[in-house]
Design a protein around this ligand. Structure first.
Ligand SMILES: *Cc1c(COP(=O)(O)O)cnc(C)c1O
Length: 359
């Protein structure tokens, strides 16, 4: 199978893959409760939070829906600066939640002043659903500064999609005053997909308790999740094999150090940026706001990305990604996320150089 240098799913190392084959355990057993408790404790460490961390068996989008259903009272502000961010408008509306869409030119980062202006202009907004790293455009919005602005509005909670930034970019949940961060497994955590996680502040839990009947449904009701979480359990059968993989990976990440992991991602981003500069290739994402885990580059050389990818597969057993949706032909994407090392990225870029030189 080709080694993945795409923006998710990411390459999973053999030890994490093999951890999934541990013998199955009953999820109402003591041994499961111990595993659950230990995973939550380690997640809290790398999330920099003292709040409850829920473990959901669903993809990240499931927890996005859960966050919206449990937290929004009247209206949610959705800064729509890319294809993922825009999707949260649709998800809100499909749950019967009124979303205020804030449009951006593609490739732009969300700025604190944009949020401040939007919140001032509509006092009925009581939540913001921000996409920290917009995977389609490779933009990382300044989360710390945005959180500081949201904190000036005491009736507004901040929900953050950290799917392609968690474990790649610096995120200090409690210190920055973020009510809820969420992410899945298949991006910078370098694991198979299938579980998703979120931290919930006491304010989120209070809101969840007071939601009108029917707003939350059952599967995504945080009040139900909390009843199970106090017993180190979940309301449904969790994907235990994936928890085994996560169990192994959390130890690896804590050994590496989360700050070192952030630094490693910055370094991989810098290497890619240098390489792009040498080729006179510009970033699609706004200068100064490049996501540490993904480079979205303008295909100004009109490279045939499908052909380059075919050669990468045949010659080097790896692949990169073309652009996302409308940007398919205009850009190409290199995922330098998860357990890749700076050496891996240098090697990959060298291979691309070789293929391009061949013509
Ligand atoms: C990948 C991704 C998602 C979707 O995650 P799923 O696990 O497929 O639901 C959401 N947001 C961002 C920013 C992503 O990169």
């Amino acid at each position: 199978m080709p080694k993945l240098f795409i923006p998710g799913p990411t390459e999973v190392h053999p030890a994490q893959r093999e951890a999934q084959t541990r013998p199955m355990i009953g999820h109402r057993s003591k041994i499961y409760a111990e595993l659950h408790a230990s995973i939550e404790a380690r997640l809290k460490k790398i999330m920099f939070t003292e709040n409850r961390v829920f473990i959901g068996t669903c993809s990240a989008t499931g927890v996005i829906e859960a966050a919206l259903r449990n937290s929004v009272k009247k209206k949610v502000l959705v800064p729509a600066n890319g294809f993922f961010a825009s999707k949260w408008v649709d998800v809100s509306e499909s749950c019967g939640i009124e979303a205020v869409r804030l449009d951006f030119e593609l490739g732009r980062a969300v700025k604190p002043e944009d949020i401040e202006k939007a919140l001032k202009s509509d006092p009925e907004i009581d939540a913001v659903m921000l996409t920290h790293s917009e995977t389609s455009t490779g933009v990382l919005s300044p989360l710390k500064e945005i959180a500081a602005v949201v904190r000036e509005f005491p009736n507004v909670v901040l929900l953050v999609d950290c799917v392609s930034s968690f474990a790649a970019a610096e995120i200090r949940t409690d210190e920055w005053g973020i009510d809820l961060i969420l992410f899945g497994m298949q991006k910078a955590l370098a694991l198979p997909a299938g579980l998703a996680f979120c931290s919930v502040s006491p304010e989120i839990m209070e809101r969840s308790k007071n939601q009108p009947k029917g707003r939350k449904g059952y599967y995504f009701d945080f009040v139900e999740w909390e009843k199970a979480a106090v017993k180190n359990n979940t309301i449904i059968t969790p994907a235990v094999s994936l928890l085994f993989a996560l169990d192994h990976q959390l130890d690896e990440i804590l050994k590496e150090g989360i700050e070192a992991r952030w630094a490693k991602h910055s370094e991989m981003q810098k290497i890619t940026m240098e390489w792009a500069k040498q080729h006179d290739i510009s970033y699609f994402s706004e200068e100064g706001y490049h996501s540490p885990g993904i480079s979205v580059l303008n295909n100004s050389k009109n490279w045939n990305i499908a052909e380059i990818n075919e050669k990468l597969r045949v010659q080097h057993d790896c692949e990169i990604a073309n652009g996302y949706k409308d940007l398919k032909e205009k850009t190409f994407r290199i995922g330098h996320m998860g357990d890749h090392s700076p050496e891996d990225i240098c090697e990959l870029l060298g291979w691309i150089d070789g293929i391009v030189a061949e013509g």
